[in-house]
Design a protein around this ligand. Structure first.
Ligand code: GLV
Ligand code: MG
Length: 348
């Protein structure tokens, strides 16, 4: 593979554009909450909403009808001009690169409110070429409009081609923030025989072996296991953040929680919330469990320099479990800094 020299990798792509970050800004991003910016009633409430979520995302792509595309973009720009988001992340999901709206999405948003925007979510990313295009264009626009901090790119992993190229996408630019699994488009792209937005499927299962005439039990499996694992490895090795995407059945909070928890356990840092009822679920799932935090703190205390082997409550601990404990405690401290309830429960 031909790639840029290490020195060039961190150079701004346009004269006058801000330098790319060498480390991602430290931010809690347990949920990316989707808002339809063309709906005035919701726009009016976004300041209140921002106090309750880690990230507000103005959605311009799928779920916004063709005749509302311009209104959604204008609504998003107005929202950014009139709302104080405090420390809450401000993102947008623009339309796909082959759509008739995307050029105006990018040029108008960066031109008018580029300094207030943290991350652009790019749908239907197929390979590093998509990231390179947006990277270059953003640098030119940042330079033209005097944007002071680099706008990051978050890719949606939702085509078979994208999954095939996931490593190259993760490494394509220092502007990469992370990636979300998009199970609805990915299912369509792969010709999976489902009609759902995320979650499991009752027919995707393993059947227990036959034991005479005993009834045989089927064990449902996770349809998304392979893709989440592949995405987490690509992101973790590139130093960017993996997320689970949407869960479409708002009437099934238990299944939503199970899907989010699988993603959390496998290394994802957050998920999308499409309905207000999913915010509390994401908060609960993507904050570490206080009992796990208490155990992790014991490991760190018992091994102050992170090496050697000790037994705690009958379980062997060594350098590797110390590192797991550190991940848990670092996240717990980050959550505690902005969530007093959690801080009290976790004793931090
Ligand atoms: C999200 O965009 C998805 O397609 O699941
Ligand atoms: Mg999609």
């Amino acid at each position: 593979m031909v790639s840029k020299s290490p020195r060039k990798f961190f150079e701004p792509l346009a004269v006058g554009a801000p330098s790319p970050y060498r480390e991602l800004p430290v931010r809690l991003e347990r949920m990316i909450h989707f808002v339809p910016p063309h709906v005035e009633k919701l726009r009016a409430r976004v300041g209140e909403l921002a106090k309750d979520v880690d990230v507000v995302l103005g959605n311009l792509e799928d779920a916004v009808a063709v005749d509302s595309k311009e209104a959604a973009r204008a609504g998003f720009i107005e929202m950014l001009k009139t709302t104080d988001f405090g420390t809450t992340g401000v993102w947008t999901r623009i339309n796909a690169l082959n759509s008739p709206w995307v050029l105006d999405d990018i040029t108008q948003i960066v031109g008018e409110v580029g300094d207030k925007l943290d991350v652009i979510m790019l749908p239907k990313v197929e390979g590093p070429w998509d990231i390179h295009y947006l990277d270059q264009l953003l640098a030119q626009l940042e330079a033209r409009h005097g944007v002071q901090k680099p706008i990051l790119i978050h890719a949606i992993l939702e085509t078979a081609e994208g999954v095939k190229n996931v490593d190259a996408i993760a490494l394509a630019s220092p502007r990469m923030h992370g990636m979300s699994l998009g199970p609805a488009d990915l299912a369509a792209s792969r010709a999976m025989k489902t009609t759902r937005v995320g979650g499991g499927h009752p027919d995707y299962k393993v059947l227990a072996d036959a034991q005479g005439d005993e009834p045989r039990t089927g064990y449902q499996q996770d349809l998304w296991h392979y893709t989440v694992a592949k995405m987490v490895d690509a992101c973790a090795s590139a130093g960017i953040k993996p997320f689970y995407g949407p869960f479409g059945d708002f009437a099934d909070p238990a299944a939503c929680e199970a899907q989010f928890r699988n993603a959390f356990l496998m290394g994802c840092v957050g998920a999308w919330t499409l309905h207000p009822s999913q915010i509390a679920i994401a908060k609960r799932v993507f904050s570490p469990h206080p009992a796990e935090v208490a155990f992790a703190l014991k490991i760190l205390e018992a091994m102050p320099n992170g090496t050697g082997a000790v037994m705690i409550e009958g379980k062997m601990q060594d350098d590797a479990t110390w590192k797991q404990a550190k991940v848990m405690v670092d996240l717990a401290r980050q959550v505690a800094a902005s969530d007093k309830d959690f801080a009290a429960k976790a004793g931090l």
